[in-house]
Design a protein around this ligand. Structure first.
Ligand code: UDP
Length: 447
């Protein structure tokens, strides 16, 4: 017997009301395959990679579209089983500053559509990361009737609120983000503050915005042998060590951390001065900081604290657990963080964290359990909190004990299950009432 003929709507002959079979992620300006810790490769790259791999584990194949920056990159690379990274030619195949990418987005969208036609694949949901990808996802709607989810990974408004004049985001980005709140079929906020901002400032209907926090790889980030890690990193067993990990960007608050280090260096009550181990940024062939990291080194020299700082440069992510394990405390002095993956990774390794009370960090850190929160951009408060953790053994021990249990709720399988739940609802047509409330995460975690 033949199956009943399909009578629903079609686009290019594809049925449009069948269940979720494949999803596309768009990351125009940075690839999940990029080395981490550079200027434009950090938490978002990790997030896209991990989300795609865990969705594939749950049975949903994912294609990640990113702009080609090298003519020799293969058109399709398999990141994991059922996860492909597709290089799309849009503009010259070379690195371009992200603010110069807008004129190439139309070509990006049409090349995505051509790829799907050539390969005979269709997508039931498009998930766009960052505003540039959101614009591309909207342009793809010229070709596909596929709903799209937008995730900003920090809005220009939030960034500008804490940025210096030189680092302000463009009006075009501000306007585009405002438009995307109306154009997207759904939005994912990484924390309740971000959701409130999308709803109240941008006027996005609340039922379109779901809150799903970041995930962490609890298998990679786990407590290890501290003595062995210290030996491997060339740290003395009793040397007090403060660790910083992240991109070298003003939003990370490294200036505040250097000021706090100067306060600790001048504090006569601290006998053993702490070392600041700084992971991220570039080192030249001789091991000297270069690019934006050179400016950090210059500032440290000017403040007279260069002898207390060690630059490790960017590290592959699978080397980071030994840094977190070796540290006495991990400092996350950011002016703003949408996710704050570094804080969650450190806690998963059992390291106490001292972080800014800013953005996602307020929600990912259980204050007083695994870490302490301090006001952003306050060097004196940051220095006092770091000092307390370094010199008070019982505080450090109790924070270390509480650290990992406090982040077990961010295990990737549960986070990916929540996202899959949203994808399913979107693909099934719940565009007006995507999120019944903002508790999608806890509600669906057991799905
Ligand atoms: N990271 C890394 N190597 C480095 C520096 C950072 O693998 O040298 C990774 C780190 O493990 C984390 C991400 O980059 O997963 C940074 O994410 P976070 O949310 O802390 O900051 P963002 O880059 O999103 O501002």
């Amino acid at each position: 017997m033949h199956p009943a003929p399909y009578e629903g709507p079609t686009v290019f002959g594809y049925e449009t009301d069948l269940p979720l079979r494949r999803a596309a992620q768009i990351s125009v300006h940075t690839s999940p395959l990029s080395a981490l810790g550079g200027k434009d490769a950090g938490g978002m790259n990790v997030y896209i990679r991990e989300l795609a791999c865990h969705l594939a584990d749950l049975g949903l194949p994912i294609d990640i579209f990113t702009r080609r920056v090298d003519p020799d990159t293969p058109a399709v690379q398999e990141l994991a089983p059922n996860v492909n990274v597709v290089a799309i030619t849009a503009g010259p195949p070379e690195p371009i500053d992200k603010n110069a990418l807008v004129p190439h987005l139309s070509q990006f969208a049409s090349e995505m559509a051509l790829y799907s036609l050539r390969e005979g694949v269709r997508y039931d949901v498009v998930h766009a990361h960052y505003w540039l990808s959101g614009r591309a996802a909207h342009l793809v709607k010229r070709y596909w009737d596929t709903p799209f989810l937008q995730m900003f990974h920090t809005t220009a408004h939030m960034k500008n609120a804490v940025a210096g004049v030189a680092d302000r985001e463009t009006d075009l980005r501000l306007r585009t983000e405002q438009r995307l709140c109306a154009l997207a079929d759904g939005l994912i906020a990484a924390n309740p503050d971000e959701r409130a901002d999308l709803v109240w400032r941008f006027g996005t209907p609340a039922e379109k915005v779901c809150t799903i926090p970041p995930g962490v790889d609890l298998d990679l980030f786990r407590p290890g042998d501290r003595a062995a890690c210290r030996t491997e990193l060339g740290l003395a067993p009793d040397e007090p060590v403060i660790l910083f990990v992240g991109r070298i960007d003003p939003i990370k608050g490294i200036d505040t951390l250097l000021e706090a280090m100067a306060i600790l260096a001048a504090d006569s009550t601290i006998e053993a001065k702490p070392t600041l181990l700084l992971v991220g940024g570039d080192l030249d062939a001789s091991g000297a900081p270069t690019g934006p990291l050179a400016a950090v080194a210059d500032a440290a020299c000017a403040a007279g604290i260069d002898r207390f700082i060690r630059f490790a440069g960017s590290q592959p992510q699978d080397r980071l657990p030994r840094f977190y394990t070796a540290a006495d405390v991990v400092a996350v002095p950011s002016r703003y963080e949408s996710f704050g993956l570094v804080a969650v990774e450190a806690l998963a390794c059992g390291a106490p964290v001292v972080a800014s009370r800013a953005g996602g960090l307020k929600f990912t850190i259980d204050e007083g359990v695994g870490g302490l929160l301090v006001p952003p951009q306050s060097a004196s408060t940051l220095a006092s909190a770091l000092r307390a953790v370094l010199i008070d053994d019982s505080l450090r021990t109790s924070l270390a004990a509480g650290a990992r249990p406090s982040v077990e709720r961010f295990a990737w399988p549960a986070v990916a299950a929540s996202m899959l739940h949203v994808y399913r609802r979107l693909a099934a047509g719940y565009r007006a009432h995507l999120c019944h409330d903002d508790e999608i995460f806890t509600e669906s975690a057991g799905d």
